[in-house]
Design a protein around this ligand. Structure first.
Ligand SMILES: Nc1ncnc2c1ncn2[C@@H]1O[C@H](COP(=O)(O)OP(=O)(O)OP(=O)(O)O)[C@@H](O)[C@H]1O
Ligand SMILES: [Mg+2]
Length: 341
């Protein structure tokens, strides 16, 4: 089955073609980062308008790259939520219009299920069951995954998501958007031990997260540096390193707990923050000690992309799921409410 995947939940337009037999055939992405950079974050209306502009040229691009014709496509998967409603509606409308014109089924896919299954596109895909750590711009969740659509939420952030904490901390340090890669870059030259940030909510049992205090801690530390006239590049690097170490260690502690609680030894990390090298290395080490395995997608498929939506949609379309003709999207959408395959 050849499936077209459309992703428009936030500030990336992603279009991909995935074939159940041949794998990923083509994948194109347009990132709106330059459009939103001057505002320091995503402006929803600008995002929606830009998705409208990019969608059809990207579709032509994946058809050209794959050598497929529109008539070869058997189904269309699009991100139906969670995300920005205006942006989601662009992908949903395109998908439904094309499905009607081509006489094929369309299916709305859950964006976080897309992230969660992105490591399945790699050469060494994880087997079910596993624990998934979803760490993105909008989510920080630990989920027990027993199969596609068989998700049990183990814990999540009570406030800021991990990626959001990276972005906000970068902004207060005067760094660019998105902040995660900027913090990671600066942290490489940070001096360990100059600052020590708290590891939020690790001193009590449970799998909930809270990252909003870390950004306040970073702000206070930075203001203290500024007041002492020590506001040069090295202080930024030292703060970036201390912040990143705190996020990584907090995630490691909670992942270890989740693995112990579930008795599982496979961990999948997904979402934009899973591209973070320090996090990957720390998890590799931890899973090595536990005689387990960690799985993640190539960096390009950690952040938003069409390939993960095409893959997730293909599994569900193969199982016979499809939408009615109504164009429906969900700003919020609990992953546990998805049907199991
Ligand atoms: N190397 C990195 N280290 C840390 N954070 C990173 C890195 N690369 C990207 N990020 C962060 O990942 C986030 C973007 O990831 P993603 O595209 O998955 O999130 P989103 O789509 O905005 O949110 P959601 O998927 O929850 O709706 C941003 O917060 C960004 O700062
Ligand atoms: Mg995302």
């Amino acid at each position: 089955m050849l499936v077209l995947g459309l992703e428009t939940s936030c500030d990336e337009t992603g279009v991909a073609l995935y074939d159940s037999e041949r794998g990923l055939l083509a994948d194109a992405l347009f990132s709106q980062i330059d459009l939103h950079r001057i505002y320091g974050g995503v402006v929803p209306e600008l995002a929606s308008r830009d998705h409208v502009k990019r969608m059809l040229p990207l579709l032509r691009q994946v058809l050209d790259e794959s050598g497929c014709r529109a008539g070869d496509i058997d189904g269309i998967a699009y991100t139906a939520g969670p995300g920005l409603v205006g942006a989601l509606l662009v992908g949903a409308s395109c998908a439904q219009a094309l499905a009607l014109a081509w006489g094929i089924p369309a299916l709305g896919v859950h964006h976080m299920e897309g992230h969660l299954l992105a490591p399945m596109l790699e050469e060494r895909p994880p087997q079910f069951p596993f624990v998934a750590l979803l760490v993105s711009g909008g989510h920080t969740q630990l989920v027990q995954v027993d199969g596609i659509g068989r998700y049990q939420l183990l814990g999540e952030s009570l406030d800021d998501a991990a990626g959001e904490a990276f972005d906000k901390t970068a902004k207060l340090l005067g760094l660019g958007y998105p902040g995660g890669p900027e913090i990671a870059r600066l942290a490489q030259d940070g001096r360990p031990g100059r600052f020590v940030f708290p590891r939020p909510m690790t001193d009590r049992p449970g799998l909930a997260f809270s990252f909003s205090g870390l950004k306040t801690f970073a702000l206070n530390t930075w203001q203290h540096c500024q007041a002492g006239g020590d506001d040069g590049e090295q202080s930024r690097r030292d703060i970036a390193l201390a912040f990143q170490q705190a996020v990584v260690e907090t995630l490691i502690i909670k992942c270890r707990r989740a693995l112990k609680q579930t008795g599982l030894k496979r961990l999948v990390i997904a979402g934009g923050v899973s591209a973070n090298q320090a996090l990957r290395s720390a998890l590799e080490q931890m899973l090595g000690e536990l005689d387990g395995q960690v799985f993640y997608a190539r960096p390009r498929f950690c952040t938003d992309n069409g390939a993960m939506i095409a893959y997730a949609g293909c599994q569900r379309l193969l199982a016979g799921q499809q939408d009615g003709p109504a164009i429906q999207v969900h700003a919020r959408w609990p992953m546990e409410s998805l049907p199991a395959l």
